[in-house]
Write a protein that binds this ligand. Structure first.
Ligand SMILES: C[S@@+](CC[C@H](N)C(=O)[O-])C[C@H]1O[C@@H](n2cnc3c(N)ncnc32)[C@H](O)[C@@H]1O
Length: 309
């Protein structure tokens, strides 16, 4: 049952079994890696910068909206023939809604609020990228996030933005919504459903407080994100969850540790690089007898750094 759940489309297949889904909305589709693999009779894709031509792909039951999520939701109230066709097919209430557009607090929260109007009592929502892997990934401007990462000599291009603030906002301002965040398979994603919290206590003074949170504030409040393993997910869905009792903090700590591995690798790599430069400088100015062991050392260091990366 838990095979291949690192991929969004296989998680969506699992969720579809849990709420008998027949239709699906995806905000932020890119090359269609997830969307085109979701096997449901009615699917709606929204992305202003689709990386494929929808006309080449169009299958029965697939609808492509090449526009921003704000324009899409704004237009659903309208009277276009496509909207009328969609309305006739499912009354515009989706069984599964995957929110994976712009990775900022403001936009992901707006996408969630807008999608509530197109949901029903058993709709399952997925919000992607809800736990940033490090401080660079948590910067809410993608360009800045990537340039700060490069400045720190870190490799890779992960960008989660500050979507995590949306989950803290839902915790404080939507007592009718329950959720958990999957951490041990693929990218962290929060799954949400409509079950009222038994007791709802605000943890932050205001929306501004949430907006001003840092990556480290996110770690200190991790319990509120309701960390969960993929194995625990089916038993959680449609139940009320209490972060004080049900949050799997061990799994959160493990993920923080795993995410720190690139830093360790990076540090080893940078130390090796510096050593190599020093050794080369010494070799350039010394006799063969002295440089032989240095050559050996340089070779060994190069081997270590290529293994750790
Ligand atoms: C991470 S990718 C989506 C990946 C896709 N969900 C998948 O699983 O294969 C994010 C996408 O969001 C799109 N996007 C950015 N701003 C958006 C907006 N305002 N509304 C909808 N989509 C947006 C981008 O064009 C990009 O293709």
């Amino acid at each position: 049952m838990f095979e291949n759940l690192n991929y969004s489309h296989s998680r969506i297949a699992l969720l579809a079994k849990l709420n008998n889904a027949t239709n699906y909305l995806e905000i932020g589709v890119q090359s269609g890696f997830t969307f085109l693999s979701v096997d449901l009779p009615l699917k709606v894709a929204v992305d202003p910068y689709l990386k494929f031509n929808p006309l080449d792909r169009k299958k029965d039951g697939e609808y492509f909206f090449q526009m921003s999520s704000n324009d899409f939701f704004g237009g659903l109230a309208g009277n276009s023939p496509v909207v009328q066709e969609l309305y006739a097919k499912n009354k515009l209430a989706f069984d599964i809604i995957f929110i994976d557009g712009l990775h900022t607090y403001k936009q992901s929260y707006k996408d969630f609020i807008n999608s509530l109007a197109y949901s029903h009592e058993k709709t399952l929502f997925i919000i992607d990228d809800t736990i940033p892997c490090d401080i660079y990934s948590a910067i809410n401007n993608q360009e800045k996030s990537l340039s700060e990462r490069r400045r720190a000599c870190m490799y890779g291009t992960p960008w989660h933005g500050d979507v995590y603030k949306t989950i803290f906002t839902i915790h404080d301002y939507h007592p009718d919504i329950s959720y958990c965040t999957i951490l041990n398979a693929g990218n962290p994603q929060t799954i949400l459903w409509k079950t009222k919290k038994e007791r709802s206590q605000k943890k932050f003074k205001s929306i501004d407080d949430i907006n001003n949170m840092s990556f480290y504030d996110m770690i200190s409040n991790a319990r509120l994100l309701m960390p969960t393993s993929i194995e625990e997910l089916p038993k959680h869905i449609f139940n009320y969850l209490d972060p004080d009792q049900d949050a799997n903090i061990a799994i959160f700590e493990k993920s923080i540790w795993i995410n720190s591995l690139p830093y360790i690798n990076n540090t080893i790599y940078n130390i090796n690089k510096s050593c190599e430069v020093c050794i080369q400088a010494i070799m350039n100015s010394c006799s063969w007898k002295i440089t032989k062991p240095l050559r050996f050392l340089r070779h060994a260091l190069t081997k270590i750094s290529s293994k750790t990366l």
